[in-house]
Design a protein around this ligand. Structure first.
Ligand code: ADE
Length: 301
């Protein structure tokens, strides 16, 4: 039997003993780190993803490394969160297997880089369906099948879209939608004992999955200059925030989005705008009548 891998967690080992979580996208990157920490803290976890092969491999690995003595604490199931039937089945299967669902972590999502002008409606809809509608369906179903009667905690993983999201307009719009959905559900479901929060990882969170999506590590290396903390972030630094929000330590926190980005979203952007004179010009004329700026190009508007 393989030795248990060292999952380092600030929380006490039995924090989530007797609890059950669903983590979408729980087999890769940030979702995998969350799954590992939850398992380490005694939680039973159902991980779900569209890609069954990758999910199964990750589940087998985590069973042997994180919970070798309790491999049945981790279940996995194929689920396309865009499809209502799949989601309904995911929740009911989890209830049949583990008897309850205390926590839902909506981490599954996907997008592709493209200037907005090149995104087809099909591509746009695919990203909105996955990241916004998929998250909505997951929340609605877990509430209808379990949390309305029994309470629970939901954490949505969104993204750093606070200054817009150039080259990722679809996912920026979807994640901003989830930020707002988080607030609405926190209010609608408060009286049922359901808390709903989001975590917004910075784009500096490094994982092999993220690097593979971008195609190379250089994007991450070049980013370091514009990060206030002058280093990349780790999936484990997202996971600890998710575990905190799920835990009773956050019992008064609902409707909140926590940025975990080392102040990146407050500071700088790599997005460069080339020099241009395409907008109405500013002229000092109205302020300093003697100004030589009277020659400024006139607005086209
Ligand atoms: N990860 C990326 N897209 C997904 C989807 N549609 N369903 C579940 N997990 C996903």
């Amino acid at each position: 039997m393989a030795a248990a891998a060292k999952v380092s967690s600030i929380f006490r080992k039995s924090l989530f003993k007797g609890k059950v979580a669903i983590v979408t996208g729980g087999g890769t990157g940030i979702g995998k780190a969350i799954t590992e920490e939850l398992l380490h803290l005694g939680c039973k976890v159902m991980i779900a993803s569209r890609n069954m092969e990758r999910l199964q491999k990750a589940a087998e690995e985590m069973r042997s490394t994180i919970v070798p003595n309790k491999p049945s604490n981790l279940a996995h199931m194929q689920c396309n969160i865009r499809k209502e039937d799949n989601v309904k089945e995911l929740i009911s299967t989890t209830l049949n297997k583990f008897g309850k669902v205390d926590y839902l972590v909506n981490n599954g999502g996907g997008q592709f880089p493209s200037p907005a002008s090149n995104i087809s409606v099909k591509g746009w809809n695919a990203v909105i369906d996955t990241n916004l509608t998929g998250t909505f369906i997951m929340c609605r179903e877990v509430y209808n099948q379990w949390m309305e009667q029994n309470g629970g905690v939901i954490v949505n993983i969104i993204a750093d879209m606070w200054k817009g999201f150039p080259t990722m307009s679809h996912t920026g719009a979807a994640r901003a939608g989830v930020d707002n959905l988080t607030k609405t559900l926190a209010i609608e479901w408060a009286a049922d004992g359901v808390r709903v929060n989001s975590v917004a990882p910075g784009s500096s969170i490094y994982s092999e999955t993220a690097a593979a999506n971008y195609g190379d590590n250089k994007i991450f290396e070049h980013m370091i200059d514009v990060l206030p903390v002058k280093r990349l972030g780790t999936p484990e630094e997202i996971s600890s925030c998710v575990c905190y929000l799920l835990s009773p330590a956050a019992s008064l926190i609902s409707g909140e989005t926590v940025k975990v980005d080392g102040a990146h979203s407050l500071y700088n952007t790599k997005w460069e705008i080339k020099d241009h004179k395409k907008l109405p010009a500013f002229t000092w004329k109205n302020y300093k009548p003697e100004s030589e700026d009277d020659d400024e190009p006139k607005s086209k508007l």
